[in-house]
Design a protein around this ligand. Structure first.
Ligand code: SAM
Length: 327
């Protein structure tokens, strides 16, 4: 079992499989993209599978594949097939923009992968295209509905962006009223590849809640797992739920159970912190398993207590883009 220096159990790995993405969401990166990593700097699928096995042996029982856009990697299903055979791995989840997932939905189902987070920040076509800078609205909406009707446990990630998509907050709840999905509203974070700097946000989780409450006064707060980053609610008469994720306000650090490994091998113990080390060379050398385990223990043994503490020690934290951190 992995326990950090603040006595928090770490059992959840967010593993980025690429830093590339086929969208250019304006809150994530500049329109020209970022300096994407060369292929030899990315873990191969075999390395990702070996690393996952090592992490599961160390006590990880949930792995979320993220990126960049995971499905940009043509061989993603090879990795998923291998992960689905790992003893001790109870939950394989994916975070995706749902542009490329269509052809893989049947096999995902066969592999028993149930939890899919779909990033969708608008239900209005123009707003979607303005934010993502791409013309993928129909594909995303069709795939989203397919995932829901095929019985996946779908959560929608919607970043509340001032002057951009606030007008879609209530309509997305209304649109999803009849579906068993959770719509999670996240605070914007300044990991956008340097395109915009800010120290405060206009739409924090409290303001989002008040906005929702103004339309739906009858909302009920739900019990959430201790390690959940979202505060969850139910609107009377709605099939699904909604959640608020204080990703900028950072109220959830006390129960954080996550570790991130970027597609290039950086070990990140807090979104707001510097990478602790890089595992790529270790994974490619002799005694990889032993050495990686040692380094992971070292990283987990020196985690910042909160995202604020991590940020204090990290100059340049906001120059990075979420597409390389892995979201
Ligand atoms: N491509 C996949 C997707 O779109 O879901 C996975 C990677 S994406 C970087 C993971 C998550 O990070 C998405 O839900 C995205 O909306 C979120 N994200 C990216 N930049 C963000 C930012 N600056 N603030 C808050 N969330 C951000």
């Amino acid at each position: 079992m992995l326990i950090d220096n603040h006595n928090r159990k770490i059992n959840y790995l967010r593993l980025a499989v690429t830093d590339r993405c086929n969208l250019r969401c304006n809150y994530c990166m500049p329109s020209e993209g970022i300096n994407f990593s060369k292929n030899d700097k990315l873990f191969t699928i075999d390395e990702l599978a070996r690393l996952s096995k090592i992490m599961v042996e160390m006590g990880v029982d949930k792995i979320r594949l993220t990126g960049g856009e995971p499905f940009v990697r043509k061989d993603l299903m090879v990795l998923l097939r291998q992960l689905s055979t790992l003893d001790g791995l109870q939950d394989i989840s994916i975070t995706t923009n749902a542009t490329l997932i269509g052809p893989y939905i049947d096999e995902l189902k066969e592999l028993g992968i149930k939890n899919i987070n779909v990033s969708l920040d608008a239900i209005n076509r123009e707003t979607f295209e303005r934010i993502t800078r791409r013309d993928q609205y129909d594909t995303v909406h069709n795939n989203l509905i397919r995932l829901i009707t095929e019985g996946f446990n779908v959560r929608i990630n919607f970043i509340a962006l001032e002057h951009q998509n606030i007008q879609d907050i209530l309509p997305i709840l209304e649109l999803m009223k009849h579906y068993p999905v959770s719509v999670r509203f996240l605070e914007e974070m300044p990991f956008n590849g340097g395109s915009k700097k800010f120290n405060t946000i206009a739409w924090d989780y409290k303001r989002i809640l008040e906005h929702i409450r103004s339309e739906y006064p009858e909302i009920e707060k739900l019990e959430s797992p201790k390690t959940s980053t979202s505060i969850n609610y139910k609107i009377k008469g709605h099939a699904g739920t909604f959640g608020l994720i204080p990703s900028f306000t950072r109220t959830f650090c006390g129960s954080c159970n996550r570790l991130r490994i970027s597609a290039t091998g950086d070990v990140i113990t807090c979104l707001y912190g510097k990478p602790k080390m890089n595992l790529r060379t270790l994974m490619r050398n002799e005694n990889a398993e032993e050495n990686v385990k040692k380094e992971i223990l070292r990283a987990v043994g020196s985690r910042a207590k909160t995202g604020f503490e991590a940020q204090e020690k990290h100059t340049g934290v906001f120059d990075s883009s979420m597409t390389s951190i892995g979201g």
